[in-house]
Design a protein around this ligand. Structure first.
Ligand SMILES: [Zn+2]
Length: 284
């Protein structure tokens, strides 16, 4: 999306969620160099690469360390166990997360969050009781290690809010607890997340014609709480829906946000990037 370059202002776009190590890139002959060049040409200056298990935590960190700064794009990573993978959570896995989250290791490897963690009752790839237990364990870890979380929640808003409310009331959530990534909650639930301090992440589904809920969410949530993302290689925004998603498409999410909020894309770019910087505690 080269025309977006003209909109980006000085901050550039921040794709706060892109699985750049995914095998689809390599299988389709798309190198990190290709991806970051295209992103840079679209005005993207920052990308966070999230993980979903121990193997992808290592891959996210390796990708970040190998490619950080290429074509002027700053890269960051997260580590964590996704609800799909909750059954793989073990004392050894937790020890490895703790090693990654050590202050010095974090700084040296650009690790800015614990995630994706949460609940997914749509796919139910791990038993629900195990998902809840592993979510709670990682919330404890996030508070102990003083790091924001990346929340993945699908068809589990009730249980997810119950757990987060419980932590919040006990003062066991961080002041800046993290982001509800690819938020598919109701406007009321999203507002409650914001009251607990969370940011709301929006991506391709915001641009889908049949999605009535997310536009309502972004109208109700304060603009200084919204971050944009692609969830590459999934959830490609219109007009490229169906293609492999890449960070270069994140401006389409910003454009849609500008349209819904009757705002200017350069303002949306500036504000969502500032929000991403605040969320992950980066240097502006
Ligand atoms: Zn993801």
């Amino acid at each position: 999306m080269r025309e977006a370059k003209h909109y980006r202002g000085t901050a550039g776009f921040f794709d706060t969620h892109a699985h750049l190590y995914d095998h689809r890139f390599e299988e389709e002959g798309r190198t990190p160099d290709d991806v970051l060049l295209a992103a840079s040409e679209a005005g993207v200056t920052r990308i966070l690469i999230p993980a979903d298990n121990i193997a992808t935590s290592r891959q996210a960190v390796d990708y970040r360390n190998t490619n950080d700064g290429k074509h002027g794009v700053s890269l960051f990573a997260s580590v964590g166990i996704h609800p799909h993978e909750a059954s793989t959570y073990s004392p050894e896995a937790e020890e490895e997360l703790v090693r990654f989250l050590d202050k010095e290791t974090r700084q040296n490897n650009g690790i800015m969050a614990l995630g994706e963690i949460g609940l997914d009752y749509y796919y139910d790839l791990s038993p629900r009781d195990v998902q809840r237990e592993v979510f709670r364990k990682q919330l404890v870890l996030a508070k102990e290690m003083d790091i924001p979380i990346i929340l993945h929640e699908r068809d589990a808003t009730g249980d997810c809010l119950d757990i987060l409310r419980d932590f919040y009331k006990r003062g066991a959530l961080r002041a800046n607890p993290g982001v509800c990534h690819c938020c598919s909650m109701s406007p009321e639930a999203a507002e409650e997340m914001v009251r607990m301090g969370f940011y709301i992440g929006v991506d391709g589904p915001l641009t889908f014609k049949n999605n009535k809920k997310t536009p309502e969410v972004v109208k109700r949530v304060p603009i200084d709480r919204i971050v944009i993302e692609t969830d590459s290689p999934y959830l490609t925004p219109e007009p490229n829906r169906g293609m492999r998603n890449e960070p270069e498409f994140v401006p389409y999410v910003a454009l849609k946000l500008a349209e819904i909020l009757k705002s200017d894309i350069s303002d949306i770019c500036r504000i969502t990037t500032q929000n991403g910087i605040a969320l992950y505690g980066l240097m502006g």
